[in-house]
Design a protein around this ligand. Structure first.
Ligand code: SF4
Length: 326
């Protein structure tokens, strides 16, 4: 991993207006509510959290598939948050997305060859038919499919194979950053590890940087260098993977990790059960957004938003338990 920052966000927000009727101001669903992250070249940054925490929306906003409402996004040194779709076109090939449901993201009327060739043609990365065919075959091999698969259609493949096609399509434009949004959550467990191993191998071969979005902490642990835990549109804890899994500090991270099964059946682990569901992002709780479910909630938590506290180098926690100790 290099020390160069490939991606940086400052105060990124994604708010969706909700119409409250003709004479009333709209309210806003605060899907992402002011996120700051820095991701180094060659790093795998995992984003975890329950469904509805804003992790996928953040991934799409970084890729500009969703327009951020506010904030800055620096990719490879260039601010891209306010760029128009036309201005984004040359930059877009540097960042590609791999989706959860490869079937929905692959055009069922296009053969594998045409699906992978399309971005090559759009971005002018291969001109002649021979060049295109050569690149398509190379990519198909790199993702572990057979050459005779190129003339087949998405419905003829298993979920794992379809995800490999989606990865080949993303790789076709030689991106620096891949944002993988729950790329293995629709697959069987045995296939999940195959796809994760493939992504690991491709990362080294193509010198890629990944943002890996998932709700499954074991999957994120397998592939990530650093992990950010999201709750209701914000990170609550960010740390190196080993540090986070060994020493989770935020009560939400502790609860999430307490639910992950451990391989040793004799080892005891106390499960922390969180009360209630994740509150609505339309009307999030005041102060610490986690206070309605937090087993360690204090008076201050209901009033004051916790600030970032670096409790060890690179280990950041947003919780009054730690700001009180400062
Ligand atoms: Fe719990 Fe308070 Fe920390 Fe929020 S700030 S996680 S409510 S202890």
């Amino acid at each position: 991993m290099s020390d160069n920052i490939l991606l940086k966000t400052e105060g990124v927000k994604v708010y969706y207006p909700v119409n409250n009727g003709l004479f009333q101001k709209p309210s806003y669903v605060k899907a992402v509510d002011g996120v700051d992250i820095e991701i180094k070249e060659g790093e795998v940054f995992g984003i975890v959290g329950e469904s509805g925490c804003g992790k996928s929306t953040l991934g799409k906003a970084i890729c500009k598939l969703i327009e951020p409402t506010d904030g800055q996004i620096y990719f490879d040194g260039q601010e891209i948050a306010k760029l128009s779709p036309k201005e984004m076109r040359p930059i877009r090939k540097g960042m590609q997305m791999v989706f959860q449901d490869p079937y929905a993201s692959l055009n069922p009327r296009m053969s594998v060859h045409d699906i992978i060739a399309e971005p090559l043609k759009i971005h002018g990365l291969a001109k002649t038919k021979e060049e295109i065919d050569e690149k398509v075959i190379d990519l198909v091999r790199k993702v572990g499919l057979d050459v005779y698969h190129v003339n087949r259609y998405p419905h003829e493949f298993s979920g794992g194979q379809r995800q490999r096609i989606g990865i080949a399509r993303a790789l076709a434009v030689e991106p620096k950053l891949i944002i993988a949004d729950e790329p293995v959550s629709a697959l069987d467990v045995s296939i999940q590890s195959q796809v994760l191993n493939l992504m690991n191998q491709l990362k080294k071969e193509f010198n890629l940087t990944y943002i890996f979005v998932a709700h499954d902490l074991s999957v994120v642990e397998h592939i990530s260098d650093r992990v950010g835990v999201m709750y209701l549109g914000n990170f609550v804890e960010v740390a190196d993977k080993k540090e986070l899994y060994r020493n989770p500090c935020h009560p939400y991270t502790q609860a999430l990790l307490s639910a992950v099964p451990i391989p040793d059946p004799t080892a005891k682990k106390e499960r922390i059960i969180l009360e209630g569901n994740i509150p609505s992002a339309l009307n999030p709780p005041t102060g610490c957004k986690f206070h309605t479910r937090c087993p360690k909630c204090m008076g201050i938590c209901k009033e004051k938003v916790p600030e970032r506290v670096e409790i060890a180098p690179g280990h950041e926690v947003y919780c009054h338990l730690y700001s009180e100790q400062k």
